[in-house]
Each structure stands twice: as C-alpha cells, then as structure tokens.
Write a protein that binds this ligand. Structure first.
Ligand code: CP
Length: 325
C-alpha cells in the first residue's frame, strides 16, 4: 500500500498544495512557505486566537481510526477558526463497525460535500489510498500514518524550533527514544534535514533503532549521553507500546535509568537547549516530570503551534482549488 503514497502527487499542476501525506519530497521553499503561513496564525498566549472566514462554505471531515487528542482537536479548531464546517466521524459509532470499508465511508462523506479528509490510521498507506480515490477538488491531509509519517507534527516541530532558535543552520538536534516506531521522528527528520539542520542525531536502544537504510545523514547513538552533548534541541519520544509485542516492551524503570531525560542529563546539552516532546508523554519513563514542566521545555508551544500549522495547511489546500465541486 505504501507505493500509492510514494507515487501520489501532493501538489497540483500549478504547484499549490492539494494533499499533505508526507513531508518527504517537499522543497525547502515549500516548507518555509508553510511555516511562514503558520506563523501568521500564531498569537501571543492569553490573547484571542485568529478567526477568519477564509474557508466559509467548506467542510472538513476528521477520520481518525487511531486515538488522538492534540491532532484531532487542533485540526478541528483550525478548520473552525477558518470558518469551515467540521464533521468528526465517531468510528466506533459509524458503519465501519458493520464492515463498511474506509473508501465507502469516504465516498459517502464526499456525497455529503466534504472538501477535505483528515486521516489518521494505524495501517501504512491508508491516507494515500484515500487520496488516490477522492474527487479532484477534494484534499486529504494525513494526521498520522502508522509509523510512516506525521507531516503536520513535523511542521509544528520545525515551527517551534524556528521560533526559539531563529535558524536551522548550525543547530544540533537530538531525537531520542523509540525511533523505530515513530512517525514523529521520520517527519521531523524530513523537515529538519530539508530546512538545513546538518547535525541531526538519533539515539535509541539497539532494539528501537530503525533500519540502516532509514534516516540518511543522521548520526546514530545507542547511548543517551553522547547524543545530548552540546545539543541545541532535544526531542524526546514516547515508547510506542501499541506498535510492539509484549515481549519487546522495555522495562519502565530500566528504560528511565538508561534513556530518561533528567535535569542532570539535560546539563550535557547546551545551557539554552530546548526540550521537545510530541506527547502523549510517559512521565517517568522517557522524561522526568520536572524536565517536561521545566524552563527549557517548549512542549506546550508545540501544542499551540499545532493549530497554527493546521490552519496553514488547510488554508493552502482548500483556497487554491480548481475543478468541479
Ligand atoms: N502528537 C500527537 O500526534 O498527539 P495525539 O496522538 O494526541 O494527536
């Protein structure tokens, strides 16, 4: 199924964004444009969020067959703040449980004038299959595809780094934890490598390291301390329990002892290093609570930036459509 995504054009012939399934293959200029547009939707904490009628008359459907808090809610808020209508399909209450396929569900919603599908699925390739079958005026935006990609997370991570560091060139970024199962790590790698980060480090126990053909250009560490040394950005990842068998699950206390980010370990990074985590967090397993809530943490900024990034992506995809509606 992955070949469908690989071969599918995300851009329209005029170069505008139609689908967002992966950051792989998008140019630096395209990523910078999306980040600039997202930044235009950022407001200071405590002030009202931006509201617009840009997408008035459009309808966005959230199709999440895997759990989500941040991505689903922020896509919904993003669409509503741009004036669109939003449908959240409750999969467990839908005819999917009677055996209706994903595509028949999509065709049904398309008949109800849905203009964009936001798709999260545990199976690799599903967003691409949906994108390959929708009508020409309809967009598909991935909200997380198995372990493969999470493009809006990659964008919001890049935006958060840009806000704090004002550059990508010259930064040392350490991505730490369950890299093997992480769509967040893959999209961060695609985004940050394209945007000019040259010192990208991935760090994981050997069993959670991805295959050698992946993460080209990253240095690999099977111990935490060397990966943290002098880092400007430390991105901690959750153990993806849902993608492992019981036998593969690391012991929580042992994992924290070897891989948990503590205040003491964070001192190995630069004094102005920022700490990121896509959430949900396993506090006390991959990150200590006092680091997650500490002065170097930008985890809440990441969440806030998620709405801005999703507003930018929805605006790009739905305001440059041609064709029959
Ligand atoms: N970061 C992220 O994708 O969080 P959710 O699973 O809650 O959407």
């Amino acid at each position: 199924m992955a070949t469908v995504t690989d071969n599918l054009a995300q851009l329209r012939p005029d170069g505008s964004l139609r689908h967002l399934l992966t950051l792989q293959g998008l140019s630096r200029a395209q990523l910078e444009h999306l980040l600039e547009r997202a930044q235009s939707f950022v407001r200071p904490v405590g002030t009202p969020p931006p509201m617009s009628t840009l997408l008035a008359g459009a309808t966005v459907a959230n199709l999440f067959t895997e759990p989500s808090t941040r991505t689903r809610v922020s896509f919904e808020l993003a669409a509503k703040r741009l004036g669109a209508q939003v449908v959240n399909l409750e999969v467990q209450l839908s005819s999917r449980v009677k055996g209706e396929s994903m595509l028949d569900t999509v065709f049904t919603l398309e008949s109800l004038y849905v203009d964009a599908f936001v798709v999260r699925d545990a199976e690799a390739g599903v967003p691409g299959v949906v994108a390959a079958h929708v009508a020409p005026h309809v967009s598909v935006l991935s909200a997380g595809e198995a372990h493969v990609s999470h493009p809006t997370q990659g964008l919001l991570d890049a935006l958060t780094i840009a806000q704090r560091k004002q550059r990508f060139a010259g930064l040392s970024v350490a991505i730490v934890g369950d890299i093997r199962h992480s769509r967040v790590a893959r999209s961060a790698w695609h985004a940050l490598a394209t945007l000019g980060v040259t010192d990208l480090r991935i760090a994981a126990p050997a069993v959670l390291m991805p295959e050698a053909r992946e993460f080209a250009g990253c240095t690999r560490h099977t111990a935490l301390d060397p990966a943290l040394a002098g880092a400007d950005v430390v991105m901690m990842l959750r153990i993806q329990k849902e993608r492992m068998g019981e036998a593969d699950l690391p012991d929580a206390a042992g994992y924290f002892a070897a891989w948990g980010l503590t205040r003491e370990r964070l001192k190995l990074a630069r004094p102005d290093a920022i700490v990121m985590h896509p959430q949900p967090m396993n506090r006390g397993i991959e990150i200590a609570s006092d680091v997650a809530d500490g002065p170097q943490s930008v985890i809440r900024d990441q969440v806030r930036n998620g709405v801005a990034v999703r507003m930018a992506v929805l605006a790009e995809a739905l305001t440059s459509r041609g064709g029959t509606r």
